[in-house]
Write a protein that binds this ligand. Structure first.
Ligand code: ATP
Ligand code: MG
Length: 505
C-alpha cells in the first residue's frame, strides 16, 4: 500500500500510509485507539475505498479494491468483531459464497460429501475438534475464531489479517492460536497482526509498523526493539506503571459496599462474602470460567441469585433487577461490549445519556422526561473526561474505533454518577496509553469515595491498579492479598491450587 489516504466526514483517518506484507512474516500493526489500524485493513479488504493512494497486489496497481478484488487476490480478514454466521453450520460458514458442487444430470447440486471432507481437513489444521455440521452458535468465542481462520484457509488465502484476535481468548487459547499462526507462516502466508498487548507482539511478530493519529511513525524488526521503545513510538512518552497509594491501610476505613453470602442456583457462585472500604480498589483474579463475571452479573441483578444480601453505604440494597441496581447507584461495565455494552443504532450521545435518564425515570425506565440540553452536557462532559476520539457526539457509536466504543461505555456509567462501579475486563481493546488514563480515572473515583471493583484476566492490570486482590476459584473466594504481598506467581498459584488450602482474609 502506497501513500494511502482515507478521509471520513470530519476526520482524516489515514494521511499517507505506506505498508507492505512479505510472504512468511507476521507484520504487526500497532497504534493507539483510533490510530487508523482497522481502517487501513478495511481498505485492503475492500470495505473502504481510499481517498487517494495505490494498492499493489501481485504486481498489479489498484486505486481501490472491491471486496471481490480483495478475495480474488487471496486476502482474508478475521475482524475485531467476529463475522461468522451463527445460524449456519461450521461447514456452511467455511464455504459460503463458494460451495462445492456436483452435477446430477442437468442440474448442479451442493456436494455435501466433499464439503464435509474438506471441512474436516481444515478444522484439523486449525485444531478445532468439532463435527462440521455443528451450528456455529453453540461455539465459544475462541472456537468461532478458529472457524474464521479455517474459512480463510478454505478460500486459499495468501494474506491473513487478524484484527485484535486475542482480546477474548484465555492464555492457553492464545498459545494455540500462535501455534496455528506459526504454521501458516511456515507455509509462506503473510499475516497482519493487530494487538494492544505488547508481550504478544514481542512473541509472535517479525516486523512492526506503528501508526499515530493516522500518520506513519515507522517500521522496525521486532527483534531490534523493546516494549518500551514501542510505547515511545506509539504514545511519544513513557507511561507510569503504578496507580496505588503507598502503604495504604484500609482496615479502619468505612465499609461502603458489602456482599454477604451470595450464592447462585447453578453453583457458579457459592457463598461469597466480601467488603469494599472507602478509597480502596478491590480486584478479582482467577481463571476464565471461575465464576467472577457470574458473581458480578448476580450482584447487579442481570442474572438471578439464590441467596445473598448487598449493602451500599451500610444500607441494605435491593438489586434483584438491573433497574433497581442502577437506582441504588450500582454500575456495571460488562465484559462483552458488542452484546451487552451499548445500543448499536444509537449515537454516542444517546448511548451516554441513556443511563442518567434511566436513573431518574420511573416504572422500570419507561416513564421520564428527556432534556436535550442535559443530553448534550452529559455527552460532552464524558467526551472531554475520557478523551473520546470523535468529531461529534451525534455520530453513530459503531463509527468509532473499538477502544473508543469502550470509552463511551465507561462514560455512560460515569454520567449516571454511580456510587459503586463494577468493571469487568475494563481495558479490553484499549491501547496502553489510554489504559493508563483509565487506571488514573479508577483511582480518582476511589479517592472521591466511590466503590471500584475490577474483574480482570490481566494480572499486571490488577497489580497496577488494585489495593486488594481476591482470587476466585470454582465459584469461591479462595485467597485475598494486599497489594504489597501480591505477585503474579501468588495469584496464579491460588487460582490453580487444589481445594482446602489455607486462606488469608
Ligand atoms: N465509518 C466511519 N465513519 C467515520 N469515521 C470513522 C469510520 N470508521 C473509522 N472512523 C474513524 O477513523 C479513525 C480510525 O479508526 P480505526 O477504527 O481505524 O482505529 P483503530 O486504530 O483500529 O483503533 P482501535 O485500536 O480502537 O480499534 C477514528 O477516528 C474513527 O473514529
Ligand atoms: Mg480497530
Amino acid at each position: 500500500m502506497k501513500n494511502v489516504v482515507k478521509k471520513f466526514p470530519g476526520v482524516t483517518a489515514l494521511s499517507g500510509i505506506t505498508f507492505d506484507i512479505l510472504a512468511g512474516e507476521v507484520h504487526v500493526l500497532l497504534g493507539e485507539n483510533g490510530a487508523g489500524k482497522s481502517t487501513l485493513m478495511k481498505i485492503l479488504s475492500g470495505v473502504h475505498k481510499p481517498t487517494s493512494g495505490t494498492i499493489i497486489l501481485g504486481g498489479k496497481e489498484y486505486a481501490g479494491l472491491t471486496p471481490k478484488d480483495s478475495r480474488d487476490n487471496g486476502i482474508s480478514v478475521i475482524y475485531q468483531e467476529l463475522s461468522v454466521i451463527n445460524e449456519l453450520s461450521i461447514q456452511e460458514n467455511l464455504f459460503v459464497g463458494h460451495l462445492p458442487t456436483k452435477k446430477l444430470g442437468f442440474i448442479s447440486t451442493v456436494d455435501y460429501t466433499q464439503m464435509r471432507e474438506r471441512t474436516k481437513e481444515l478444522l484439523k489444521k486449525v485444531g478445532l475438534n468439532r463435527d462440521p455440521e455443528t451450528f456455529v452458535e453453540s461455539l465459544s468465542i475462541s472456537e468461532k475464531q478458529q472457524v474464521e481462520i479455517a474459512k480463510a484457509l478454505a478460500a486459499d488465502s495468501r494474506i491473513l489479517i487478524m484484527d485484535e484476535p486475542t482480546t477474548s481468548l484465555t492464555s492457553s487459547e492464545v498459545a494455540h492460536l500462535f501455534k496455528v499462526v506459526r504454521q501458516l507462516k511456515s507455509e509462506g502466508k503473510g499475516i497482519v497482526f493487530i494487538s494492544h498487548k505488547l508481550g504478544e507482539i514481542m512473541e509472535i511478530g517479525d516486523r512492526v509498523t506503528v501508526l499515530k493519529d493516522g500518520t506513519y511513525v515507522g517500521t522496525k524488526n521486532v527483534s531490534d526493539v523493546t516494549q518500551d521503545d514501542l510505547v515511545t513510538m506509539m504514545v511519544g512518552r513513557q507511561i507510569s506503571k503504578s496507580y496505588q497509594h503507598e502503604n495504604a491501610d484500609f482496615s479502619k476505613a468505612e465499609v461502603i459496599f458489602e456482599v454477604k453470602n451470595l450464592s447462585r442456583r447453578d453453583g457458579k457462585v457459592r457463598n461469597v462474602s466480601f467488603k469494599l472500604h472507602r478509597g480502596e480498589i478491590l480486584g478479582f483474579s482467577g481463571l476464565v470460567g471461575s465464576g467472577r463475571s457470574e458473581m458480578m452479573n448476580s450482584i447487579f441483578g442481570a442474572e438471578p441469585k439464590a441467596s445473598g444480601e448487598i449493602y451500599i453505604n451500610g444500607q441494605k440494597a435491593d438489586c434483584r433487577k438491573p433497574y433497581r441496581s442502577i437506582k441504588n447507584g450500582l454500575a456495571m461495565v460488562t465484559e462483552n461490549r458488542r452484546e451487552t455494552g451499548f445500543f448499536h443504532n444509537f449515537s454516542i450521545k444517546k448511548n451516554i445519556s441513556i443511563l442518567p435518564f434511566v436513573k431518574q425515570s420511573l416504572c422500570g425506565g419507561t416513564v421520564g422526561l428527556v432534556s436535550k440540553e442535559r443530553e448534550n452536557e452529559w455527552a460532552e462532559e464524558q467526551k472531554q473526561k475520557l478523551n473520546i476520539k470523535c468529531y461529534s457526539t451525534t455520530q453513530g457509536i459503531t463509527e468509532l474505533s473499538g477502544g473508543n466504543q469502550q470509552k463511551v461505555i465507561l462514560g455512560k456509567w460515569l454520567a449516571a454518577d454511580s456510587k459503586i462501579i463494577i468493571f469487568d475486563e475494563p481495558t479490553k481493546g484499549i491501547d496502553v496509553g489510554s489504559k493508563g488514563e483509565i487506571y488514573t480515572l479508577m483511582r480518582k473515583l476511589a479517592d472521591e469515595g466511590k466503590g471500584v471493583l475490577v474483574v480482570s484476566s490481566e494480572l499486571p492490570e490488577l497489580l497496577a491498579v488494585c489495593d486488594t486482590v481476591s482470587v476466585f476459584r470454582e465459584g469461591e473466594i479462595v485467597a485475598t492479598f494486599d497489594r504489597k504481598d501480591a505477585t503474579e506467581e501468588k495469584l496464579v498459584a491460588a487460582s490453580t491450587a487444589e481445594k482446602g488450602k489455607e486462606k488469608k482474609q
